[in-house]
Each structure stands twice: as C-alpha cells, then as structure tokens.
Write a protein that binds this ligand. Structure first.
Ligand code: TYD
Ligand code: MG
Length: 454
C-alpha cells in the first residue's frame, strides 16, 4: 500500500503546501511550516469524511433560559462552578501533583451519586484497587459510581457512547490518555489535545459533563501551551501549599459563570472538608501584639475573606537589600516601599523586607496595599497594629488612599469575626452613598499614607 502523501501546514496562517519551506509564502513568517500527516491532529477517531450537510441557522433570541445545572452537593465546588455542572460542558481541573485533585473529584462523584445521578470515573493513573482504597479511606466505599482503569481513548470513547444518562464523567488524568492513531507518547501536546477534543465532543453530543484532571507542569502551565484552556468551558485550579492544610479552588475561566470565585477546603485525614467561613481559618493562628502584622479585609469573588499580612524587616548584610514576597505581587511591594520612603520618609533601604500572606492564600487585589503598608510601618516602628483593627484601601503613587469596591461587605465580615475597628479610605464628597458601618465597628478613615506613619 502506498504511504499516505504527507503535506505541510503553516502553524501561523494555516496555509497548506506540498513541500517544506523555511518561510511561509502565504504569510511570510519564518520557521512555521510543519509536516502534517493526514491522520494526525485533533479528532484522531474521526470516521471517513461524509458528504457535506447543510447547517441550520436559528434565531438569536430563542428560548434564553439559563443553562440547567446539576449541583454536585459540594457547596464550595458549586460556588466556583457558578452553581453546579452544566450538562454537555467540559471542566478542566488543574493543579500540582498531590494537591488533591483526585480526592476532590472522587468526593464530588460520590456526592453526585448520592443525589441519584450516574457518574463514571475513569482513572488512567491508578488501578481500580487503588481508587477503591482511597474511597474506603474517604468513607465513600458504598458510593454507586462506575469505576474503570483505562488509558486507551478508543475504548473509553466507545464505552462512553452509551453514557447519555450520566451527569458526570471524570477523566483522571488527561495526560495519561492515549490515542493509538497518534504516534507520540501520552502526555505530549498532540496526544493531550486530541484526547481532550474527542472527550469534549462526546460530552457535547451525549450531554454529560466531563471533568478532565490536568497536572500542572513545572513551568506552571497545563501540558500543551495552554491548548486545553481554550478548548474547555471552565478551568479550575486547585492550589495551596502542601505544608498547609488549606486548599483553594480558583476559577480562572468559566463560560457559564463568574471567574473570581474561590472555594476553600481543608485537607484532613478523611479527605477534603469544606470551609464555609475561611476568615476564621486564616486568622486562627494569628498572635496579637507582635509587630509587623496587619489584618486585611479582602474580597475573593463575592466573598469577603480576612487574612493576616506579615512583614519582617531584617538588617541588610551588605549588597542590595532583599525584597521577598509570598502570596502577593512583588512589583506592587516595590511600589509601596517606594511610596513609603518617598512620601512618608520611612527609611527602608538598609533593611531586607520579607512579606508573607499567612495561611497560603494568594492575594491579587490592590485593596491590600493599605494592610501591607500597615504591616511594614508596624515592623519598622516595632509597634504592633491594633489587634482589633482591619485594613483595606488602595495606595496611589502620591501616597493617597483610594476607594475600593464593596467596602460594606468587608466591614460586615470584620464585625462578624469580632473586630472593633477598620482603617479604610476616606470618603470623598462626590455624592458618595453614606457608608453603612455595621454596629460596633469604629471607622478610621484616612486620606494619605502619611496618616498611618504619623
Ligand atoms: P490526590 O487527590 O491523590 O492528589 P492529585 O490527584 O492532585 O495528585 O491527593 C494526594 C494527597 O492528599 C496525598 O499527599 C495524601 C493527601 N490525602 C489526605 O491527606 N487525606 C485523604 O483523605 C486523602 C485521600 C489524601
Ligand atoms: Mg491524582
């Protein structure tokens, strides 16, 4: 039999040529032409091409009902998903190896079966016996899910064709899936992409939700240059420090909901426990009356979260001073230190600065500026901040304190956790709605960072 003729495709513009070239004649890019054998690429299981059929166009209006959702029974997971699993959708769960992805999905699968839904769990990493052992440890041995250990995608796809009544299919992990029509090894970009393409197609045609587990590589990306993130409907990252018991589930993409929600879990002896009130957990180990600590009233999605910001100043042993940050943006810290030095006269250039967000949470909000500044000022003066005070506010380059969103829910959370006062941006008279301070919470409004230092 004649070898199938190979062709060459430009990865930049998609032009097809019969022979390789250093430069694409269509778009002019260099080194973008790759060989493309006819049976490779996404959709490796495709049947022979059939005659074209006309597609049907419909009205834009249609029946605009929100997508139906199947709550998983794990409230912290449902919150990040935007209310539950959407039938026919694909969710990618990424995270470092050992962070708890399999545990979370096994618990979610068991919770769904408890609600009477059908769930199929395909493990490519562990044997059936290993998954059973884990289920027993989690106290879920009785859950009525269908379990298989498999990596051959052709077999898995054939088995999923009749899973129309399933609510969820778990694939753990996408990097172990293998398509025999592609020459490369499992885990390579072409395998991962083709396997995901096929599984997503199955989910869409059979209307089940598919959850793909994806290990994050050392460079921090899910294998394949983020190829999977573009293909799926929702991307959730499971993060946390293995030394800490907290695990944060963060939505980074969601076609059916908001992306800034987090779910908080605690890894226990018997699996992941939901943490409905994360502030209490993040502040549990706080010791009052130490300098260099300030409580930030933050916001994660719609949820207020209080966390402790810690700062340590150490004498610099010579050379340029160190600025080390865990859980916050180092560029932002550099800016804040510059403002403190230039606008408030604080001398920090002889000190190494270490900043830490206690509990392993990662903060992205500019609203944390004021709490960080308070921690730095407290460390520099060796004076503890008021242990009953929370801080929030953005700091501008001239040292002015700027308004931040949702001050009221931050204040409410602080009051709920027994704080007595809050340091926040001064309200500007621009017809601002008066701030409804919760009862028993004193407000200390400041307009300039200098008020904190003075
Ligand atoms: P796992 O879900 O296997 O991680 P992933 O699938 O992301 O690689 O989690 C493994 C870790 O979780 C392992 O270090 C042990 C810990 N663990 C517990 O602490 N308690 C438990 O009940 C379980 C099942 C795991
Ligand atoms: Mg796993």
């Amino acid at each position: 039999m004649a070898k199938p003729a190979s062709r060459f495709v430009c990865t930049n513009c998609g032009a097809v040529t019969p022979k390789w070239n250093g430069r694409c004649e269509t778009c002019g890019e260099w080194n973008t032409i790759v060989e493309d054998t006819p049976d490779s690429g996404p959709g490796g299981l495709q049947k022979p091409r059939s005659a074209a059929r006309k597609i049907a166009f419909v009205d834009l209006a249609g029946t605009a009902a929100p997508p139906p959702r199947a709550p998983t029974g794990i409230a912290e997971l449902d919150r990040v998903l935007g209310g539950g699993l959407v039938p026919g959708s694909a969710v990618l769960l990424g995270g470092d190896p050992g962070i708890g992805k399999s545990t979370l999905l096994l618990q979610a699968a068991a919770a769904l079966t408890g609600l009477g839904r059908r769930v199929l769990y395909v493990s490519g990493e562990e044997s059936v016996e290993q998954v059973r052992l884990r289920a027993r440890r989690l106290g879920l041995a009785e859950a009525k899910m269908e379990l298989a250990a498999a990596i051959n995608l052709r077999d898995i796809a054939a088995s999923l064709e009749d899973a129309k009544d399933a609510a969820l299919v778990v694939i753990d992990s996408i990097q172990t899936m293998w398509l025999d029509s592609i020459d490369s090894a499992p885990g390579t970009v072409s395998q991962v992409r083709a396997a995901a393409f096929e599984l997503i197609r199955l989910a869409k045609t059979n209307r089940f939700a598919v959850a793909l587990v994806g290990h994050v590589t050392k460079e921090g990306a899910i294998a394949g240059p983020r190829v999977l993130e573009h293909m799926v409907d929702a991307v959730l990252y499971f993060e946390g420090d293995r030394g800490h018991q907290f695990r944060i589930l963060r939505g980074v993409k969601n076609r059916f909901g908001a992306t800034d929600e987090i779910g908080v879990f605690e890894m226990t002896e018997t699996g992941l426990a939901e943490v409905p009130n994360p502030s209490a957990l993040f502040l549990a180990e706080r010791r009052g009356n130490v300098s260099g600590s300030a409580v930030f009233a933050g916001l994660e999605g719609t949820r207020p979260v209080l966390v402790e910001v810690q700062c340590l100043l150490a004498p610099n042993a010579g050379g340029s001073p160190r600025r080390s940050v865990v859980g916050w943006d180092s560029g932002r810290l550099a800016m804040l230190l510059a403002v403190l030095e230039t606008r408030c006269g604080l001398r920090l250039n002889a000190s190494d600065v270490y900043l830490n967000i206690a509990g392993g949470l990662r903060i992205a909000e500019p609203a944390a500026d004021l709490a960080v500044a308070a921690a730095v000022v407290s460390a520099a003066a060796d004076q503890p901040t008021d242990p009953a005070m929370v801080f929030f506010g953005e700091v501008g380059l001239s040292g002015e304190i700027r308004q931040v969103a949702q001050a009221e829910s931050r204040l409410k959370e602080a009051q709920k956790l027994g704080f007595g006062c809050a340091c926040l941006p001064r309200r500007v008279a621009r017809g601002n709605r008066p701030l409804a301070a919760p009862e028993g919470l004193a407000l200390q409004e400041i307009g300039h960072l200098g008020d904190l230092v003075g």
